[in-house]
Design a protein around this ligand. Sequence first.
Ligand code: GLV
Length: 321
Amino acid sequence: MSSLSVYVTRAIPEAGIAALVGAGVRVRLNPLARSLRPEELREEVGRYDGVVCHLTDRIDETVLTAAAPRCKVFANCAVGTDNFDVAAAAQLGITLTNTPDVLTEATADLAWALLMATARRLGEAERVVRAGAWRGWGMLDFLGVDIHGKTLGIVGAGRIGTAVARRAGGFSMKVLYCDREPMAEIEALGARRVGLVELLETSDFVSLHTPLTEETRHLLDENGMRRMKREAVLINTARGAVVDQTALAEVLREGRIAGAGFDVYENEPLVPPDFLALENVVLLPHIGSATLATRSRMAEIAAENVIAVLRGEPPMNVVTE
Ligand code: GLV
């Protein structure tokens, strides 16, 4: 494949580059420490046979049109595919791939960490210590909410939602879930399927795990949030736009729910200023899959997907509508 070349839109772990180079592909890496702007991306993509890209790259019809006819594949280093225009790619004969499975456990670990941090007010407590403002132990200080024995509501019982539900078993939690159809794997863990409204009204923790689609955009709106228990905690490690952030800021400010933990935002890297002003919100910078082992394997899988397409073989993870 020595005459083939692949563009990598932003730095990836060395394992991914090594996989491409090992397959005899010439690699060109965006040298900037930022994602390319759409016009920069359009300028690059048509010169390569394949592209390894990221969830921060909007691979829309204009980019795909600029990539064709030479470029045959865009491989996302992510499980989410809401940055892809799948229909346009199909029309242009460009294959889109993603990296499911490999990041399930790391992302579920992070969702669980965020759940615990939010329930027990870790962000707020650490800020006090770091500010040198801790005056010693106090019985009434930093009172959070219990996790063990409570009810966890999983919205979207795919791989990651199910892996989060599995962790709840260690905390003797009751698990509810909602999804378009019954999901055998989560039910085998003892989870019960309910409608979204019942889940919101009865869960102590609500954790979002749906992909972002037209159907799930602002799935959790003001009406839904106001159905949640006052002591409930909301966790979002899916996509920011699954939640109406403006409504959530209002609900949190009013103390209508106990807190929220966010790893994702509607317009990243913009974090709603209202969230920053609230103590009962734990804010992370989209790090769900961010372990060295997981990110390295994601990069390798993206590279393997590109190599397969360029060899005329079926890639492992094709994204279709
Ligand atoms: C991360 O958000 C991913 O989709 O992999």
